[in-house]
Design a protein around this ligand. Structure first.
Ligand code: FAD
Length: 375
């Protein structure tokens, strides 16, 4: 079976590895592997802290992925000898004022109603866990089973794992899907060459709708949602685990790495394919982070970047066959693509190989956006 995967972000890379492990010949097409959201993301693994009302199927998918992470990373690190920065220290969520605390209390009650373990913390308990938190922090929650990974380490490890299993990387832009006899038959590249395939997976993040050759409506709309991020550096211990905060209703997070990097993020802006870093975006992040952790102003500045999250119309992933036989999509992972990498790779590789598809995939089929299903 010949498979072509378009897009080497974490979703395409992990699926390529798993599909090659299942015995297929896999070609991965990307002019700049892991240059999209996967190179900007903070890498929080937090189905619980990110929980939003009405998103229970996404929560189940997130929990299924988080449960797979330990074994996924262990296999990856053993195969490649590369580290991924995977950590399981839990995530602390803190409230700046009493309104923020009320919001966290609501969130805790909702999580408990779904049987998810979270610990409510007083302000003092928050500071005992994270001594750098501001004295004014009102209280918080600990999601003890959440964690983090470094996407800038994860992506090269996934690429190396795929290459070990024979995945061929073609550093070119895919321009069109080749359609023959009303089915996908391959991919046309920007140098005019065509790679023929039995199946094609479109995993090009927010660019997934850009390919030529497709009948209208084949790929559900995916939009870019901009996120700006600041990378700081510390030589002395600053945070033991990722901290998310609500500051007067606005959300900010800091994710520490073992090497002293701290990722401070992230804005959420609907501005199309705009990746400019703005003074206002950075100011908001620093302003809110300083309210929670005043010591951040002492940290060394390292880098600012902006990335584009792939967002579907309902902000949930889109994974599965399209109306064009032979063409599948794997995108729309929005704010959770790093978390959802292991389960998405299992789902998409099973679909490509005709294996048993994990049940949690059910609500994320592309046809949920087709007019008949929506009606
Ligand atoms: P991408 O990583 O965007 O990769 C798409 C790839 O497709 C790119 O490499 C690009 O070069 C390639 N491509 C595009 N067009 C073509 C073409 N025509 N031909 C060939 N290749 C093409 N998720 C979490 O789980 N936890 C977090 O803490 C987190 N934080 C985030 C913070 C920010 C600021 C942002 C922006 C995102 C964050 N995310 C987080 C979300 C996560 O990064 C994304 O959901 C995930 O990276 C999506 O992966 P992807 O492989 O679908 O897309």
């Amino acid at each position: 079976m010949q498979i072509v995967i378009i897009g080497a972000g974490v979703i395409g890379l992990a699926t390529a590895w798993r599909t090659a492990a299942g015995g297929a010949a896999v070609t991965l097409v990307d002019p700049a592997p892991a240059s999209g959201a996967s190179s900007v993301a903070a890498g929080m693994l937090t189905p619980v802290s990110e929980l939003t009302y009405g998103e229970e199927p996404l929560l189940r998918l997130g929990l299924a992925s988080r449960d797979r992470y330990g074994a996924f990373v262990a296999e990856l690190e053993e195969l490649t000898g590369l580290e991924t920065g995977y950590r399981t220290d839990g995530i602390i969520e803190v409230a700046f004022d009493s309104d923020d605390l009320r919001h966290l209390d609501d969130l805790r009650r909702f999580q408990e109603s779904l049987g998810i373990p979270v610990e409510a913390l007083t302000g003092r308990e928050c500071r005992r866990l994270e001594p750098m938190l501001a004295p004014g922090v009102r209280g918080g929650l600990l999601a003890p089973e959440d964690g983090s990974v470094d996407p800038r380490r994860l992506a090269p490890a996934l690429l190396a794992a795929g290459e070990r299993l024979g995945v061929r990387l073609v550093r070119r832009r895919a321009e069109r899907i080749v359609v023959e006899n009303d089915a996908a038959a391959g991919v046309g590249l920007d140098d005019g060459t065509v790679i023929r395939a039995d199946r094609v997976l479109l995993a090009a993040g927010p660019w997934s709708g850009d390919l030529g050759g497709l009948p209208p409506g084949t790929v559900p709309p995916v939009r870019p949602v901009k996120g700006q991020v600041i990378r700081l550096r510390t030589r002395t211990p600053f945070l033991r685990r990722p901290a998310r905060g609500l500051v007067r209703g606005s959300s900010v997070y800091l994710v520490p790495r073992a090497d002293g990097e701290i990722v401070l993020g992230a804005t959420q802006e609907e501005l199309g394919f705009d990746t400019r870093v703005t003074a206002g975006g950075l100011w908001e992040l620093l302003r809110d982070a300083r309210e929670l952790l005043p010591g951040i102003t002492e940290l060394e500045f390292a880098e600012v970047t902006a990335g584009l999250r792939p967002g579907s119309p309902d902000n949930a992933p889109v994974m599965g066959p399209t109306a064009l036989p032979g063409l599948l999509v794997g995108t729309g992972h929005f704010r959770n693509g790093v978390l959802l990498t292991p389960v998405s790779a299992d789902i998409l590789s099973a679909m490509l190989l005709d294996g048993p598809v994990p049940e949690v995939a059910g609500p994320f089929a592309p046809d949920r956006f087709s007019p008949e299903v929506s009606a």
